[in-house]
Design a protein around this ligand. Sequence first.
Ligand code: ADP
Ligand code: MG
Length: 216
Amino acid sequence: MVERRIRAARFPVVKNFDTFDFIAIPGLNKMLVLELARCEYILRRENIIALGNSGTGKTHVALALGLAACQKGFSVGFTTAAALVSQLLEARDERRLLKLQRDLASVKLLIIDELGYVPLSPSGAELLFETFSQRYERGSTIVTSNLPFEDWTSVLGSERLTGALLDRLTHHVSILTMNGDSYRLKQSAGRRRVVARAEQNQAHAAAPETGKITQS
Ligand code: ADP
Ligand code: MG
């Protein structure tokens, strides 16, 4: 059953908290995250918003919370804001919007990743708003975004719509602030250092310093 829920959730990759390094992101409230991993917020139909710059582990945390929910027996759906909106627009054009909206409203936990990277068309924003509206107090939603709330209007286009969406989304919410250095950049910088050291050692082995030779 857990396997089936994980497949149905359509996670791009499966991640958990065992591989998440909380020390790398000191601004993140570890206690709160571990409490959320117990999934009681899903019973209370509360939401989670993870905000922060790129590469700080927002998607990782959302995936790990999604996996925890699958393991606890909740149905989960994972999507990005851009993919969800194009799915909604396509469904509307093909006259199967109601069915998709019903499916989206019925999962216990819907994860909408990456709100903010792509500005939405007016009808796209409207359909996204409807999704939140239909889930309001019926199920839990996790949203991740690289933008602070005051900039969400630039994605949704309309101040009125953004206000109404935030009103619903933040009524019962835990906010995870995940600002910090990009873990990706840190890792690739780390890799570059390792490579540079290896190259140095190699050069050293090929042409040992004369001083060392006379000493030995
Ligand atoms: P974001 O969604 O905030 O842009 P991601 O969650 O995609 O960032 O993180 C980028 C990569 O770095 C992923 O492979 C993720 O697993 C890894 N990562 C980020 N933060 C951490 C962390 N604190 N501990 C372990 N891996 C991390
Ligand atoms: Mg991400």
